[in-house]
Design a protein around this ligand. Sequence first.
Ligand SMILES: *[C@@H]1O[C@H](CO)[C@@H](O)[C@H](O)[C@H]1NC(C)=O
Ligand SMILES: *[C@@H]1O[C@H](CO)[C@@H](O)[C@H](O)[C@H]1NC(C)=O
Length: 278
Amino acid sequence: MLLTSYLLFIGLHVSEGCILVKSSQTLFITANAGGSVLLPCYCTDLHTKPETFSWQKNSGNKWEEISSESGQYRDRVQLVNGHSPGNLSLLISHLTEEDGGDYHCYADKSGYLFVSLDVKACSLENSGIPLSISAHTGGSVLLPCYCTDPHSKPERFTWNKLKKTRNTWEEISSESGQYRDRVQLVNGHSPGNLSLLMSHLTEEDGGWYKCDLGGCEHIVIKFTVTVSPQSLPFVPFALVTVIFLHIIVAVVYHTKRTKDPARVHYSTADGDAVVCLG
Ligand SMILES: *[C@@H]1O[C@H](CO)[C@@H](O)[C@H](O)[C@H]1NC(C)=O
Ligand SMILES: *[C@@H]1O[C@H](CO)[C@@H](O)[C@H](O)[C@H]1NC(C)=O
């Protein structure tokens, strides 16, 4: 009797299969390009192993099976069940913008769980927080701007400078104008590093700069260029010193004269001598 009900229980349990948590709902997930994301999907009972299940992605109105063996997801997807057979979550790594879209998880006959994945090309670190930076004339400066994920690569971004007179942002180019051959991007090692290196600084380089990815993603920097003492030309500096010494000599001479107007004290090779001027 007991055995029968036990078998009955198991039988019911097996026939039930996997019932998806949040079945027929849609989860909205955002991730960064270059990073990885876990698309969650699991059975109500984590010990249930579904007889059939799959992950599919919608591409042009048809659902295509996701495989780690070929295609877009080759070697980038894996099932991570954390030792629970009922955990059907999918880990996608090295995300690209093309990975964004609609996914669904299907298990036994319990329906679908939908996941809408948004892959951001680059979300800027400290976006919207103005920075203040200063440097000396003649020197160089790195205007910082980088994606939270260093591997992500924005499709398009620009560096701009505020033209005060017209109150408009103008794109900076190393090919022409004020910045010709003086600016360069340093993203060689990490595509998400959009920082701008500017050299041979002049006073005119001071002002407002903007690293812009479009939308709300931008960094604004107030850049101040101060005149470096080292950049003062040597000749005028020497000249100032000489003039200053002359003034000291003149003052000393004048004080001496007012004390004793009739005499000038001077040295000769033979020793001290006093000349009287009448
Ligand atoms: C499923 O497995 C992943 C990876 O181990 C884990 O992060 C997640 O929490 C698990 N989900 C559940 C509901 O246990
Ligand atoms: C970006 O690149 C520059 C130059 O190589 C480096 O100094 C800076 O630390 C980098 N920034 C980040 C956040 O990696």
